[in-house]
Design a protein around this ligand. Sequence first.
Ligand code: ATP
Ligand code: MG
Length: 1175
Amino acid sequence: MSKMEVKTSLLDNMIGVGDMVLLEPLAEESFIKNLRKRFDHNEIYTYIGSVVISINPYRALPIYTPDKVEEYRNRNFYELSPHIYALADEAYRSLRDQDKDQCILITGESGAGKTEASKLVMSYVAAVCGKGAEVNQVKEQLLQSNPVLEAFGNAKTVRNDNSSRFGKYMDVEFDFKGDPLGGVISNYLLEKSRVVKQPRGERNFHIFYQLLSGASEDMLKKLKLERDFSKYNYLSLDSATVTGVDDAVCFRTVKNAMQIVGFMDNETQSVLELVGAVLKLGNIEFKPESRVNEVDESRVKDKNELKEICELLGIEQSVLERAFSFRTVEAKQEKVSTTLNVAQAYYARDALAKNLYSRLFTWLVNRINESIKAQTKKRKKVMGVLDIYGFEIFEENSFEQFIINYCNEKLQQIFIELTLKEEQEEYIREDIEWTHIEYFNNSVICDLIENNTNGIMAMLDEECLRPGTVTDSTFLEKLNQICADHQHFESRMSKSSKFLNDHSLPHNCFRIQHYAGKVLYHVDGFVDKNNDLLYRDLSQAMWKANHSLIKSLFPDGNPAKINLKRPPTAGSQFKASVATLMKNLQTKNPNYIRCIKPNDQKASHIFTDSLVCHQVRYLGLMENVRVRRAGYAFRQPYDACLERYKMLCKQTWPHWRGQARDGVEVLLKDLQIPEDEYSYGRSKIFIRNPRTLFSLEEQRKRRLHGLATLIQKIYRGWKTRTHFLLMKSSQVTVAAWYRRYAQQTKYKKTKSSAIMVQSFIRGWKARKILRDLKYQKRCKEAVTTIGAYWHGTQARRELRRLKEEARNRRAVTVIWASWQGTKAHTELGRLKEEARNKTLVYITWGWYGGESGSLPSFQARRELKRLKEEARCKHAVAVIWAYWLGLKVRREYRKFFRAHAGKRIYAFTIQRIMQKYFLELKNKMPSMSPCDKTWPARPYLFLDSTHRELRRIFHLWTCKKYRGQFTDQKKAIYEEKLEASEIFKDKKALYPSSVSQPFQGDYLEINKNPRYQKLNSLVEEKIIFADIVNKINRANGKGAQRIFLLTKSKFMLADQKSGQQIKSSVPLAELTSVSMSTQSDGFFALRVKEGTTAAAKGDFLLNSERIIEIITKLHRAGLDLTKEKIQIEITDEFLVQFKQDKVCVKFIQNGPKNGTMASCKRKNNRLLEVTVPSP
Ligand SMILES: Nc1ncnc2c1ncn2[C@@H]1O[C@H](COP(=O)(O)OP(=O)(O)OP(=O)(O)O)[C@@H](O)[C@H]1O
Ligand SMILES: [Mg+2]
């Protein structure tokens, strides 16, 4: 969104009047009052039309910030309150956009702020013009030329701590886009007398102090200078420092600026050497030396200083010394050398110093110009800035003031001419009738000074060039003669009788009535200063210098180019340069800045009316206003005017649709302003009287109040209405939300109540159903129970009946049986009786019949037996039947008994769990490796013991399975390994390494190896073990290799070399024990039973790597043979029987340095030491 453009005007919030043209009434008093009022409100700028009056605030005001630059950029001149930036912007824009060359003329008295104003203009233009690396460098060089020129051309004076002691005109050149290309500086009349003498309270040019304060010790030494100001005659001591200014810092700034501007290091050095030389010149003193012809001749007092100057400048000392003592005058090819007296020598010295410095200054300006000059030959647009000394009226005014005031007179002339011209041009442009303007034309004063025939300057030149004695009084006399009649010239000797009584006019003075006031000039020094002579001997001495810069400064010293013509006088030179300047200015569009100094104390906030009044007068500001107001006091473009005052008329407010001019016409008519008060130009309305404008402004102000009230009213109405509508809509929203909330709450409440009621009813219903169901269930249960009881009763009854039946049957059976029995018994008895009778009969018969009598008793018995058997069977049948019936009844009724249900469920559950457990276990079974110790986690606590038992069983089973794979051979090997483990595990250090080695037994392959064929034939039994061992000699402990053979019943030692001879053969039954150490050695002792043949030599001490296998096999064989275990002793110290001796075998662990093999040594009769390397 673009920023809303607010049209402002100079007339807004004005303090006093911003433009003096509007001052009412116009008088000097009101003019000063207006300036003072504005000054008191920090408004230091005031316009007179397009001229800016600037009052020095003597303090930093916050009105030169980048924001201010932006504020004034591209704004119309009268749009904002008066400011130097407005003028700079106007000038720059008309240069850039309208292709008009500009000049900015800054005038005012010393200390009024001219130099500051010129810097502000330059900095503004630099800020608003184009940018880019090259452009920025040009800008920087232009801006940095200031500090250099200020250091060499400015000095502290009583009026200004940084007073410009030269006039400066700088042309800044721009290209068609308005980008700076370069510049040209012109300088006017440096006040060189300051080099040798400064008035009280003032000091020499800044550079001297800056050099002495800021230069390094090294540099000072090179320049043959001392830091102490008091060492130099040319430096006044009473005000050698400037408050608030650090000369040392300034020196660095100047050096830096010189570098930026483009000075080479050697150039800077040369410049400083010249500055040093000037300082030292002041220290040269002269003494008179009497000569024969009684004329005093000057001589240099202390030649040391002279010598140093000569060294510094590369001049031959004698040449310079002579130049200070003699003067050569050349006339008509004749050279006349005259001696100089002391006064003349001093004059010559000072002249040299002044000349040297002023020429150096001019060289500096030229050098800067060389650097800053535009690099293109294309047409350029030019903006000139003139910072020149203002009109000066001192108590004692001399040649310099005369020259300066002449310059100001010329500037005033051009100012009036151009202002009037511009005014006139504007009237013509705007088609307004031109009315004649009365004003004071100072050309008559200019004429008095510059007229070529009888002007004061011409007079002075004439006097200077005239042969014969020429003094300042002869010059005054001449003036008195020639200018006496001039109305602006006064002198005591003037013929005009009216001044005869004027005692304020001394004899050696003349007075000129300048446009700005009367100035009294003392003629003393006019001739000399105008002549500005430097003795040729001195310029020649300088030319001879071996210093390129100084040589270039004195081209007139070159004897080859001797010019007998006198050089132009200072006055004529100045006149010529002023004329050039004026010509230059006339071609440009002028912009004026009139600087005013508010007080003499250089203090802020002090406004001395008389001082300001004086300046207003001599700057001709009142004149300026009058000229500006002569026709029409105020003018404004139609659209701006309409924009500003349109609210005063109904037709033009708020919008005027037609042409702006017509709008203004309607407006002015409506306001009933008399017609002679204004005129219609082409693009502007011209208002004759400021009063009319103020009345318009007043009406506008009142109307604005009304409008503001209206706007306020409408705004307030709008605001309140908006607020009301907002409140209303908010209220509706709030109400809606509240209603919704209330309804929601109510609904929730109702819903929860409904749910609660519903739940109660449902609960009640459910309980009722539950009750019914329970009742039904109970009924069913009761029925069941009753049924069960009934069935039980039935069953029991049936059982009882059946039992009864069975009992009855049994009883029947028993009774039957017993009846049968009884019957049988009776039958038996009967039969017995019968038999007996028969027997009796038989007996009787027998008695009669013999052997056949035995037959009936046998039959009877058989019959009895059969009967008994039959009875028994029947009884058994009855019993079985009864049991069977009982079983049947129980089986039938078991299902009616619930007591078994729990047990069955329990059994079923347990069955299921077990089933699951076993199935899971089946799936998670660990591997079949007996070493695999993993076992699934127990699922139930109650299965803990089962689980453990299963694990144990499984392990045993896997072991069994594993064992089942073994062949007998392998089994035997493992048995052996197991046995070895039982014997050696955790007892002998060698054991772990033997575990992985399979027990091979016959290492020598006695059966197959033809080498041992004989030995094989000597051993009848199967060889269990055969290997080479080391037998320890009982006498000395040394080892000898033997074949160790083990069979089921004995062990043998055979000679290893022949392999045939059995040296010892010991039955295993004669072996009592085996001893060995706990360590990793292979020594073992085989103890033999005392009294046996083998024991004759004593126990065997052997050494073998396969000790574990040997001992295990020995142990096994011994056990198999004798069913008794061979005693195995594992200890590091044991006794053995060697023949008659009991020898202690001691095992000592030693460091690895003693070899990797265990060694054995017989120490004495009692001790045999085995050294075992540590593992
Ligand atoms: N606009 C300003 N704001 C603040 N201080 C200012 C302003 N103008 C001038 N001054 C102060 O006044 C002093 C004198 O100003 P400046 O050197 O511009 O005077 P001048 O007119 O050039 O005098 P001279 O003719 O002696 O060279 C400055 O050093 C500065 O301290
Ligand atoms: Mg200045």
